[in-house]
Design a protein around this ligand. Structure first.
Ligand SMILES: NC(=O)c1ccc[n+]([C@@H]2O[C@H](COP(=O)([O-])OP(=O)(O)OC[C@H]3O[C@@H](n4cnc5c(N)ncnc54)[C@H](O)[C@@H]3O)[C@@H](O)[C@H]2O)c1
Length: 435
């Protein structure tokens, strides 16, 4: 099948490479010439495990090409996936101008039947809007269908998730679009949920909102644990054995970040508002999440007294391990607060240092590894649970540091092991910090 993917980002590029690997002929379109130049050389512009070799392979086999013109894709491909960004506006609503722009360009250049598939995460009723735009913009009398096919891949395991999704959701409203998407996804032996477009759009927002809610729930419990000296990881373990609850997403810490949960939750709250429903439950989820970053800084401050002039080493910058994505990363928010309190900040991350230099204030220092970040520091804060941080030598850290304080904002470590090495352990709801 000939497939066009518009947007060569974390979702679009993985999707384009994935379909090409399945044997389809894929044209991937993006507006950014720098990204296109790298991609044509076989270099992804972001870090995603396993992506680069598949990109190189499919370029060589000529199953994948890149363009800056949507018309190239519209000419050859019956299916066009929209995977452009839908960032938040200041109001919290999703900015859908890139989606509209792409739809208008498709309307301009289509000369025969085409299927436009929303893969970007969009609020419910976007499909209706897309059809409205097509109705006004189409100059030729041809059929263009619209469908929703929300993406559930996770950065860091995006390639694996593409080939082994847990389910595929398609929202369709014509037999032709259903048949095209069913044929495309036939090789995947996973549940295919076929719905109307609005339901598919709601499945994506509701899934992300539900996962955010689980994280905020356990974070709220962690605050109580701190007050009574209970251990939130044991509470979560005890809850998680209940199959109705499950163990995943019950890890207390600095809260969720990244390009999906924060913006999708906001956009969901805003669209619900617009539709006349005050989604208070989700507002509370956001409030708890925002509070977690503040708790991290408060804990450090309580331990060190004044932050002014203190050296804080920060381990991990990306919003989660195995990605260099810094968008809405909790680490950056914590660093911002520490700098505001006039602390000196020294950071280390295995993959995100280049991106961080462009985003962080000039006063931030960069260390070559975790131990260099700890040297003469008054406190070391673990913000992202990269695998290499699991293996740190605590005794070595203690010897390097000016004050032996470890703030584990992801509850990565066994508090007793840390204490045994002579470090003060501060966690998020791990039996109180008074030990
Ligand atoms: N990142 C994730 O883990 C993830 C997971 C599921 C869904 N999503 C959703 O997928 C969408 C894309 O997210 P992403 O993380 O891939 O974003 P991204 O920023 O990594 O990629 C978006 C790409 O679109 C390009 N672009 C912007 N405007 C364009 C236009 N008018 N025409 C062509 N290309 C254009 C950008 O240059 C960029 O390369 C969002 O709606 C997001 O919520 C993301």
């Amino acid at each position: 099948m000939n497939i066009c993917v518009v947007g060569a980002g974390h979702v679009g590029l993985v999707t384009a490479v994935g379909f090409a690997e399945m044997g389809h002929s894929v044209i991937c379109m993006d507006t950014d010439p720098k990204k296109l130049a790298l991609l044509r050389k076989g270099k992804p512009w972001f870090f995603e495990p396993g992506l680069a070799p598949l990109l190189v392979k499919n370029l060589k086999k000529k199953r994948l090409s890149f363009t800056d013109k949507i018309a190239d894709g519209v000419k050859k491909c019956p299916i066009l996936f929209i995977a452009v960004g839908t960032p938040p506006l200041a109001s919290g609503e999703a900015d859908l101008t890139a989606v509209e722009d792409v739809v208008r360009q498709i309307a301009d250049s289509a000369t025969e039947y085409r299927l436009i598939v929303e893969k970007s995460t969009v609020p419910v009723e976007t499909g209706r809007r897309v059809k409205q735009v097509l109705g006004l913009a189409m100059r030729r009398k041809i059929q263009i269908d619209v469908a929703s096919n929300p993406e559930f891949l996770r950065e860091g395991s995006g390639v694996e998730d593409f080939f082994h999704p847990e389910r595929i959701v398609i929202g369709v409203e014509t037999a032709r679009s259903r048949q095209l998407l069913e044929q495309l996804y036939k090789p995947f032996k996973v549940p295919l949920v076929v719905t109307d477009i609005a339901s598919a759009e709601l499945i994506k927002h509701s899934s992300n909102a539900f996962l955010s809610m689980k994280i905020s729930f356990i974070n709220a419990v962690s605050v109580l644990c701190d007050k009574v000296g209970a251990d939130v990881s044991r509470v979560a373990e005890g809850m998680g054995y209940d199959s109705r609850i499950g163990k995943s997403f019950l890890n207390a810490g600095a809260g969720y970040g990244g390009f999906c949960f924060p913006k999708d939750l906001e956009a969901y709250i805003r669209i619900a508002d617009k539709l006349g429903y005050d989604f208070q439950l989700l507002k509370a989820v956001k409030q708890v999440n925002d509070g977690q970053r503040k708790i991290v800084v408060q804990k450090i401050e309580r331990e060190l007294w004044n932050l002014k002039g203190k050296v804080i080493g920060v381990l991990g910058l990306s919003f989660k391990p195995d990605t260099d994505d810094l968008r809405f990363s909790p680490a950056l928010e914590v660093i911002e607060m520490l700098l505001k309190a006039q602390a000196s900040v020294r950071v280390y991350d295995p993959e995100s240092m280049a991106g961080a230099r462009a985003m962080l204030k000039k006063s931030v220092a960069y260390a070559k590894d975790a131990y260099a970040a700890a040297r003469d520091a008054d406190c070391l804060v673990l913000m992202t649970e990269w695998a290499e941080f699991k293996k740190l030598d605590f005794k070595k850290l203690r010897d390097l540091m000016k004050q032996p304080v470890l703030m584990d904002a992801r509850n990565l470590y066994d508090p007793d092991r840390v204490r045994l090495a002579g470090l003060r352990y501060l966690g998020m709801g791990r039996g109180g910090d008074s030990k």
